[in-house]
Design a binder for this molecule. Structure first.
Ligand SMILES: [Zn+2]
Ligand SMILES: [Zn+2]
Ligand SMILES: [Zn+2]
Ligand SMILES: [Zn+2]
Length: 156
């Protein structure tokens, strides 16, 4: 299940001096600057199109904005608030982007799911863990597995 991101392009337009000034959708004042931003079919001062969370000027940050629930957000905040990190490689459930995760190679895990999949040992920061056939293993189980021939770990 893939969530589509709601991103919208931002265009920077130079204002033709002989046209009627457009109203800014942010502050409702007329835009008399040399440049204006066009986004979401509205016009904005460069200063007025800002991320609702971090106040960064969206015209500068890569020319896309994200909206959700009437908020205008930069990509980073959008993903932080509404995005998903991916599926936990252990329990295959979605991990919301704001949740702390453990990462191993390309896999992400819930903190609670990040344990040796054979003996359930949890890992602390700095502990060694191993990935074999996409399973997380503690050092003991990993080394034991290496010693056995035809090693086939059982998924619980
Ligand atoms: Zn404005
Ligand atoms: Zn932001
Ligand atoms: Zn999980
Ligand atoms: Zn183990």
């Amino acid at each position: 299940m893939q969530q589509r991101e709601k991103s919208f392009g931002i265009q920077m337009l130079s204002v033709q001096p002989d046209t009627k000034p457009k109203g800014c959708a942010g502050c409702n004042r007329k835009i008399k600057d040399r440049y204006l931003l066009k986004a979401l079919d509205k016009y904005w001062h460069e200063d007025c199109l800002k991320c609702a969370c971090c106040d960064c000027r969206l015209g500068e940050v890569g020319s896309t904005l994200y909206t959700k629930a009437n908020l205008i957000l930069c990509r980073r905040d959008y993903l932080r608030l509404f995005g998903v990190t991916g599926n936990c490689a252990a329990c295959s459930k979605l991990i919301p982007a704001f949740e702390m995760v453990m990462r191993a190679k390309d896999n992400v895990y819930h903190l609670d799911c990040f344990a040796c999949q054979l003996c359930n040992q949890r890992f602390c920061v700095g502990d060694k863990f191993f990935l074999k056939n996409n399973m997380i293993l503690c050092q003991t189980d990993y080394e034991e597995g290496l010693m056995k021939e035809g090693y086939a770990p059982q998924v619980r």
